[in-house]
Design a protein around this ligand. Structure first.
Ligand SMILES: N[C@@H](CCC(=O)N[C@@H](CS)C(=O)NCC(=O)O)C(=O)O
Length: 213
């Protein structure tokens, strides 16, 4: 029987990693479809008919034929349908959602963009890179202070807020950030990486398509 979920993405993509991580932590095997973005596969009608923004990730739920996009919305969908990582109460669920919005506004926007500049994928003048580093550090400081005395971002257990934000902070060093000043973030990352089912970007997002084991 085929796996319930099919994830379309590229190995480089942080938002795709977030979705792969969620599935892995939830113990859901998934088929992985590698898109050839160099050849513009993400802008072809076959992809656009399922992913209106012409981006990755795209997640298909074979149980109901749904095609889902936008990583944060996908995490919410998965936590609703799988009954995992959604928070223990309505208040926790709302707080987790708050962090997802904050992430894309303040953290992911800076870290992901700094990374594409640093890796030469989207070249930009040094002052643009420096502005992303400054903005990212401001956001990392907020996160580090929030994590003081806490194991997880919301409540007492792992939620989609942790999964979403880990899928950004995991790329910070590659983007040129120095995490040594953020001891609470470092401890939280270690706790996160020890979770059953945790896997690195390389393990979850290969350079070619893969059928679930
Ligand atoms: N907000 C979106 C961002 C997705 C995104 O930026 N995807 C990139 C790859 S990491 C992409 O598909 N870029 C190609 C494009 O925008 O044309 C999400 O979280 O899913």
């Amino acid at each position: 029987m085929p796996a319930r979920f099919e994830l379309h993405g590229i190995a480089f993509s942080g938002p795709t990693y977030k979705v792969g991580l969620m599935l892995a932590l939830a113990g859901e095997p998934f088929d992985y479809v590698h898109l050839n973005m160099m050849q513009g596969e993400h802008k072809q009608p076959a992809h656009l008919s399922k992913q209106r923004y012409g981006q990755v990730p795209l997640l298909t739920d074979r149980n109901n034929g749904r095609h889902l996009c936008q990583s944060a919305a996908i995490l919410e969908y998965l936590s609703d349908t799988l009954g995992k990582f959604g928070g223990a109460t309505l208040d926790e669920r709302l707080q987790a959602r708050e962090w997802l919005y904050w992430d894309f506004d303040r953290l992911a926007s800076q870290i992901y963009r700094a990374r594409t500049i640093k890796l030469g994928i989207r070249p930009a003048p040094p002052e643009v890179y420096d502005a992303h580093i400054a903005g990212g550090n401001a956001a990392l400081k907020v996160l580090d202070q929030h994590l003081a005395g806490r194991n997880w971002i919301v409540g007492e257990g792992v939620t989609i807020a942790d999964i979403d934000i880990y899928g950004v902070v995991a790329y910070a060093e590659e983007a040129g950030f120095d995490l040594s000043a953020y001891s609470n973030i470092q401890s939280w990352m270690k706790r996160f990486e020890a979770l059953p089912g945790f896997a690195s970007t390389k393990a979850l997002l290969p350079m070619e398509s893969r059928v679930a084991a």
